[in-house]
Design a binder for this molecule. Structure first.
Ligand code: FES
Length: 113
């Protein structure tokens, strides 16, 4: 099964082919925002894919349009809800500060002291 490693949190999870990075984050409560509920309409699920981008679905024009609105967009930027894992292997993901903040704003009960 494909694996996703959230590098800062050092959380690793196996997910089925077809799962998104956001699905992986939710399954282990990694702090990734999803203000629009994963329908490519915000940018709070913005992540940097540090390794394994070749295992992911290609970014669509819609994803690129939304990413344009994100902060500190880089070559390795993806929307976690749109990047689906299509092949076996390991994807290393760094959740952006923007996304972590969005997560804790939505879930203040999980914010570390
Ligand atoms: S959760 Fe809103 S674009 Fe991904």
């Amino acid at each position: 099964m494909p694996k996703v490693l959230f590098v800062v949190q050092n959380i690793s999870v196996e997910v089925p082919v077809g799962a998104s990075i956001l699905d992986a984050a939710k399954s282990v409560h990694a702090p990734q925002g999803d203000a629009c509920g994963g329908v490519c309409a915000c940018s709070t699920c913005h992540v940097y894919v540090e390794e394994g981008e070749e295992l992911l679905s290609e970014a669509t024009d819609d994803e690129e349009d939304i990413l344009d609105k994100a902060f500190d967009v880089r070559m390795e930027s993806r929307l976690g809800c749109q990047a689906k894992i299509e092949r076996d292997g390991e994807v290393k993901v760094r959740i952006t500060q923007e996304s972590i903040e969005a997560f804790y704003n939505e879930h203040p009960e999980h914010r570390p002291e």
